[in-house]
Design a protein. Structure first.
Length: 291
C-alpha cells in the first residue's frame, strides 16, 4: 500500500513498518502482483511485492551470506549448487565467491526479473551472471526439481513468502523434489520467515520436510528490513554431523575459501543454530504431527 511519499508494508495484520519514498524507480501492477522499486534514504533501493519488502541495498548482505556460506562451509566439499529463485542476483554473488564450486545452476521463473534487477540492483549481482560456471535456467522451480536428472551438493531456495505463486515452494512435493536432487549428504536451505510473527511457517516446514531427511532444523539471523525479529532458515540434510562442526573446523574452511564477508563469520555460523525456546518448542510440537 502506498500513500503520498510513504510505503507501508502490509505483510502482517495489525503490525508493520513504513519507508519514506524519495523516488519511485519502477512500478508495475497486474491482477497477480503490485511490484514497486523505490529509493529510501536509510536503506537505499528497496523492492516491494504485494505489500511485502523483498530486498534492500542496505541489508541484503545478511540474508544472502547466511543462506550461502552456512550450507557451503558446513558441507565442506561442494562442487554443484542449485539456486531456486534468487532473481536479484545476491545469492549468486555469494555462491560464486567459492572457487572450488564447479557448477552453479540458477532456476528463475521470469527472465524479466533477472534483467530488471541487473538494471535497478546491480550491486546485488556484481557481475555474477558472467561467471562461466553459472547456468541460468528460466523455468518453474517446482517443475525443475520434479523433472531434473542432475544432483547437487547444496540446494538454496530463495523464495518469497508462502503466498500466491510462492506457496508451492513450501509444499511437501517441492521438498520431496529437492531431496531427490540432492547428492548423498547434500544440504537444502531456504528462508522460512520471521518466527515471532510467522511461527506456523516453521512448523509447516517441519511437518512437510521431516519425512524426507534425517534432520530438519533451523538457524537464524537478524535481517533488519524483515520486520518482527530474527529470520529463520530451514536446514534439511541426511548428514547429522554437518551442523555439529567445531569452531576450529569452520574457521579453517573459511580461511581456505578465501572469501570476504560483511556478516558471516565462523562464530556466527556456529551460534546461528542456537534457537530461542519458543522456536524449539514449536519444532518439537510439529514433529509429533504428520503433514
Amino acid at each position: 500500500m502506498q500513500a503520498k511519499n510513504i510505503y507501508y508494508e502490509t505483510l502482517h495484520p495489525a503490525y508493520g513498518q513504513y519507508f519514506e519514498v524519495e523516488k519511485v524507480l519502477f512500478e508495475q501492477k497486474t491482477e497477480q502482483w503490485h511490484l514497486s522499486i523505490f529509493e529510501n534514504a536509510a536503506m537505499g533501493r528497496v523492492m516491494a511485492l504485494n505489500g511485502a519488502i523483498q530486498t534492500t541495498e542496505k541489508d541484503e548482505f545478511v540474508y544472502h551470506e547466511m543462506l550461502t556460506h552456512v550450507p557451503i562451509l558446513a558441507h565442506g566439499d561442494v562442487k554443484r549448487v542449485l539456486i531456486i529463485g534468487g532473481g536479484d542476483g545476491g545469492m549468486l554473488r555469494e555462491v560464486v565467491k567459492h572457487k572450488q564450486i564447479e557448477s552453479i545452476t540458477m532456476v528463475e521463473i521470469d527472465a524479466a526479473v533477472v534483467e530488471m534487477c541487473k538494471s535497478y540492483f546491480p550491486n546485488h549481482s556484481q557481475g555474477a551472471y558472467d561467471d562461466p560456471r553459472v547456468n541460468l535456467v528460466i523455468s518453474d522451480g517446482m517443475d525443475y526439481v520434479r523433472q531434473s536428472q542432475q544432483k547437487f551438493d547444496v540446494i538454496i531456495s530463495d523464495c518469497t513468502d508462502p503466498l500466491g505463486p510462492g506457496e508451492v515452494l513450501f509444499s511437501s512435493d517441492f521438498y520431496e523434489g529437492c531431496k531427490r536432487c540432492l547428492n548423498e549428504n547434500g544440504i537444502f536451505v531456504a528462508q522460512n520467515g520471521v518466527p515471532f510473527m510467522q511461527l506456523d511457517e516453521v512448523q509447516n516446514t517441519v511437518r512437510r520436510m521431516s519425512s524426507y531427511v534425517k534432520e530438519c532444523r533451523f538457524y537464524m539471523a537478524a535481517v533488519p528490513t524483515y520486520v518482527g525479529g530474527s529470520m529463520a532458515f530451514a536446514w534439511a540434510t541426511d548428514d547429522l554431523e554437518a551442523r555439529q562442526h567445531s569452531l576450529a573446523t569452520l574457521e579453517e574452511r573459511f580461511e581456505r575459501a578465501g572469501i570476504t564477508t560483511r556478516y558471516y563469520t565462523p562464530a556466527i555460523h556456529q551460534a546461528s543454530f542456537a534457537l530461542p525456546a519458543f522456536v524449539e518448542q514449536a519444532v518439537a510440537s510439529a514433529m509429533t504431527v504428520t503433514a
